[in-house]
Each structure stands twice: as structure tokens, then as C-alpha cells.
Design a protein around this ligand. Structure first.
Ligand code: NDP
Ligand code: 2IT
Length: 448
């Protein structure tokens, strides 16, 4: 690695030695930026790298709430407002027991480049809490959300910072959060959150957007090799929002969706799931909030407790659960089963060693910041509709989402070629996402 870039990376390690996911995300970006720093010395003169790794603002607060027994519980709330050079901070809230500052810094950092790739005017941010919605009653989740928003409301707004969902934050949580925001501020400020329900400011296709977008991106990658989803065995990990809609779109394109998983295990459906089975998973996960093992039981499918879906082998892999869920061993298994494409639906699900191996072996590989950008892009479309006080049809939103994904693919593909690494979507997406933010920061001087 270039000495200057290495020194920036070293400063991150020195300042925050325990934030390992953030180190990983920063290194993955920094190590691909060498040709840009060489070609545009202005970025070094303006200390863009030193500035871009440092969040503009971090908010951390106490979230006290009462559980079903009337007992007081305490969680931590956060918002990392990473970069607002090209628009208001934008990015989801994650509610999961593993949430801490290092995790949210990784996600906010990624979000900055992802949002830039969408071409919409959105900066990067991320927030959340170590609160675990699993096993909680609706009432407990509601109490928690009200307390969380009791502090968060003063830091957000349509021109400041626009949060949305992520792991553990879906339509239910956004509803409770939005109610608290309205109560406190007396504003029907629809533009303050995205992922709202249809009828109270939400956009059609936002729930589907990340999963659909990931499949649209993979479709573009496959086209470069004269391939398509038709008849392919597709492995999907996770069974939450992104996994559900990636599965639906892959099925619509004629693929056999052969797996789902959750944090307790993996299910194999070697012949592909049917629409009825997909409906069952939707009800199981979104209404009953049950475990994926119940799906395996119901349809008499193989279930591997504590296992990962990659062991089942397939043509296309779409990791849609969480970070670092596909490692080098998993990549080896996928390669030996003849995988042709891996499209990240989650954020950073593939470990660096696995990414290197997949690219080396000529597997089409898309980094999450490019291929899962459909979610935040459609959040951007929700913001546009809120500003215009109107609603677009399903066809209109889906058409725009599709166009954005095709464009991100094209941009990453062309940028990789321009910088001497044809077919390397990691390098292409990092450089393309970085350039727009970096140029904006240079234009605005050292305060940006
Ligand atoms: P959900 O909460 O709807 O689903 C998450 C899924 O991943 C669940 O199946 C969950 O299983 C599993 N999972 C979560 N944590 C772990 C873990 N530590 N180990 C194993 N499995 C785990 O979240 P989303 O579908 O919204 O998010 C999935 C991924 O996609 C995340 O990386 C998120 O950052 C990313 N993403 C989401 C976007 C969105 O619009 N929602 C946009 C772009 C990216 P369990 O129920 O057992 O916890
Ligand atoms: O990681 C992500 O891009 C998201 N969780 C979606 C963020 C958003 O603002 O829609």
C-alpha cells in the first residue's frame, strides 16, 4: 500500500484500536484508492482521506424504557453523522445486541460512498441501539422506540439527517418512531424518516427495494458474461427484509431459490421454493416473528442448526443477512460448486480473504455499497415524493430503481476499466463513490 494511505489507515488503528469492523471497512476502501490519489494530487493536498475517515459528528445517549413487568431497562442509542458534503446525512437505524460505535462507524462510512453512487443528493449516516427486538412484545418495542426518539428527534430533520431501517428496524419500528417524532415536534414532517408505510408518507417499492435492487445489479453483472438468472440455483442467506425480496425477484426471473437462514441455522430447498413457501416465510418472519427452523419443519426440508447456506453449493450466491457471514472457507465451497456470481445484499457480508479469492477465481463479485444501494436510493425517491407532496405508482418507482441500479453497475464497471482493473467491481464502486464526495469536499474548502 502507498505510504500516505497506509499512514491514514494507521491513524485509525491508533485512535480507535477496538473498532475492528470499522478498520475492515476503511481498509477495504483505502487500499483501492491508490490510483485516484496518484492521478489527482489535489485530494492529498486537501487531506481528503484524513477527513473522510473521521465522522463529522457522533451522538451517543442513554435510552431508558420500561419492560412488560414495569422494570426499567437501559440501552445505548447512537447516531453517527458521517459526511454531509453532498446532502443531508442519510442511513438506517440498526437495533441489534451487537451494536456499538465501531459497527455504526463501519456502516456510516460505507453509506457515504453508497449514497454517492446512487447519484441522489444524500450524505452518509448510521445509527441504532444495542436493544434486541427479538423476544420483546410489541408494547416493549413501542416503549423503547418512544424513548429512543425522545432524544433522537433533536438531531434529525429533512434538511439535516434522514434515518430509515436496517437490521431489527422495519415497518413496525418506523411507525412507532414516527409517532414519537410527531408527538414531540407537532410536525407531520414526513421527510424526517424513510421506510414509512404507504398512506402516511411511505413510498411504494421501498420495502422491496434493497432485495430487488441487489438482483437487478446481479442481472447486469451476469449479462456481461451472457448469463441470466433463468434456471440458476440461487443461495440466499438471511430471511429478513433484504433476503425476502431478493428471493421474490430471483423467482420472478426464473431462478430456483434454494435457501434461507437466520442466526440459528440454515434451510436447504434444493429444488427451489414455491410462491406458497415464500408466502409462508413472509408470514413467519414479519408477523409471527418465528425461527427459520419452523419453515424447514413445515416443508420437510434439510435444516442445519448453526450452519450457513453456502455449504449447499449453487450458481449464484446472495448474502443478505449480516457482516462477515461468508468467509474464505465458504468461498472455497461456493467455488467448488461452480458459483458464477456473488452479489452482496447485506453490508460487508464477505470477509476480505473471501473477496480476494472470489475475484482471483473470476467469480463476478459485487460489493454491498453498489449492489444493496437500491434500498437507500428508493429512500431518496421517498424523500422526493415527500418534498413534492405526492405519490408515484409502483411501476414508476420500480422503473426508477431499476434505472439507478443499471447506472451504478455501469459506473462501477467503467470506473474499474478506467483505473486498470477491469471486472473489479470493488475497486470500481469505491473509486466512483469516493470521487463525487471528494470533489465536493475540495470545492467547499477545509470546513467540509
Ligand atoms: P432484518 O432484520 O430484516 O433481517 C436480518 C436477517 O439477518 C435475519 O434473518 C437475521 O436473523 C439475520 N442476522 C442478523 N444478524 C445476524 C447475525 N449476527 N448472525 C446471523 N444472522 C444474522 O434486516 P435487513 O434484511 O434489513 O438487513 C440485512 C442486511 O442488509 C444487513 O447487513 C443490512 O445492513 C443490509 N441492508 C439493509 C437495507 C434495508 O433497506 N433494509 C439496505 C441495505 C443494506 P435473526 O432473525 O435470527 O437475527
Ligand atoms: O444500509 C442501508 O443502505 C440501509 N439500511 C438503508 C438506509 C436508508 O436510508 O434507506
Amino acid at each position: 500500500m502507498d505510504k500516505y494511505i497506509e499512514s491514514v489507515y494507521q491513524s485509525i488503528l491508533d485512535k480507535d484500536p477496538l473498532q475492528k469492523e470499522f478498520h475492515q471497512a476503511a481498509l477495504e476502501v483505502l487500499e483501492t484508492l491508490e490510483p485516484v490519489i496518484e492521478k489527482y494530487p489535489v485530494f492529498k493536498e486537501h487531506k481528503i482521506l484524513e477527513r473522510i475517515v473521521e465522522p463529522e459528528r457522533i451522538i451517543q445517549f442513554r435510552v431508558p424504557w420500561k419492560d412488560r413487568n414495569g422494570e426499567i431497562q437501559i440501552n445505548r442509542g447512537y447516531r453517527v453523522q458521517y459526511n454531509s458534503a453532498i446532502g443531508p446525512y442519510k442511513g438506517g437505524f440498526r437495533f441489534h445486541p451487537t451494536v456499538y460505535l465501531g459497527l455504526l462507524k463501519f456502516l456510516g462510512f460505507e453509506q457515504t460512498f453508497k449514497n454517492s453512487l446512487t447519484t441522489l443528493p444524500m450524505g452518509g449516516g448510521k445509527g441504532g441501539s444495542d436493544f434486541d427486538p427479538k423476544g420483546k412484545t410489541d408494547g416493549e418495542v413501542e416503549n423503547f422506540c418512544h424513548s429512543f426518539m425522545g432524544e433522537m428527534y433533536r438531531h434529525i430533520g429533512q434538511f439535516t439527517d434522514v434515518p430509515a431501517g436496517d437490521i431489527g428496524v422495519g415497518g413496525r419500528e418506523i411507525g412507532y418512531l414516527y409517532a414519537a417524532y410527531r408527538k414531540i415536534t407537532n410536525l407531520h414532517g414526513t421527510g424526517v424518516l424513510t421506510g414509512k408505510g404507504y398512506g402516511w408518507g411511505g413510498s411504494l417499492v421501498r420495502p422491496e427495494a434493497t432485495g430487488y435492487g441487489n438482483v437487478y445489479f446481479a442481472q447486469e453483472m451476469l449479462k456481461t458474461k451472457g448469463e441470466s438468472f433463468k434456471g440458476k440455483k440461487v443461495l440466499i442467506s438471511g430471511s429478513g427484509n433484504v433476503a425476502q425480496y431478493a428471493a421474490e425477484k430471483a423467482m420472478q426471473l426464473g431462478a430456483k431459490v434454494a435457501s434461507f437462514s437466520d442466526s440459528t441455522g440454515a434451510v436447504h430447498a434444493p429444488d427451489g421454493i414455491t410462491k406458497e413457501m415464500w408466502d409462508y416465510v413472509m408470514e413467519l418472519k414479519n408477523v409471527k416473528r418465528g425461527r427459520i427452523s419452523e419453515f424447514a419443519e413445515k416443508y420437510n426440508l434439510e435444516y442445519v442448526k448453526g450452519g450457513r447456506v453456502w455449504q449447499f453449493g449453487g450458481d449464484i450466491a446472495l448474502p443478505c443477512a449480516t457482516q462477515n457471514e461468508l468467509d474464505k472457507k465458504d468461498a472455497e465451497k461456493l467455488i467448488s460448486s461452480g458459483v458464477i456470481a456473488v452479489g452482496e445484499g447485506a453490508n460487508m457480508p464477505t470477509t476480505p480473504e473471501a473477496v480476494t479469492l472470489l475475484i482471483e477465481k473470476g467469480v463476478l463479485f459485487s460489493p454491498g455499497k453498489a449492489s444493496n444501494a437500491g434500498g437507500v436510493a428508493t429512500s431518496g425517491l421517498e424523500m422526493s415524493q415527500n418534498s413534492g407532496r405526492l405519490f408515484w405508482s409502483r411501476e414508476e418507482v420500480d422503473k426508477q430503481l431499476h434505472g439507478i441500479m443499471v447506472n451504478i453497475h455501469q459506473n462501477a464497471y467503467e470506473t474499474a476499466k478506467e483505473f486498470g482493473a477491469p471486472g473489479n467491481y470493488v475497486l470500481g464502486a469505491n473509486i466512483a463513490g469516493f470521487m463525487k464526495v471528494a470533489k465536493a469536499m475540495v470545492a467547499m474548502g477545509h470546513l467540509a
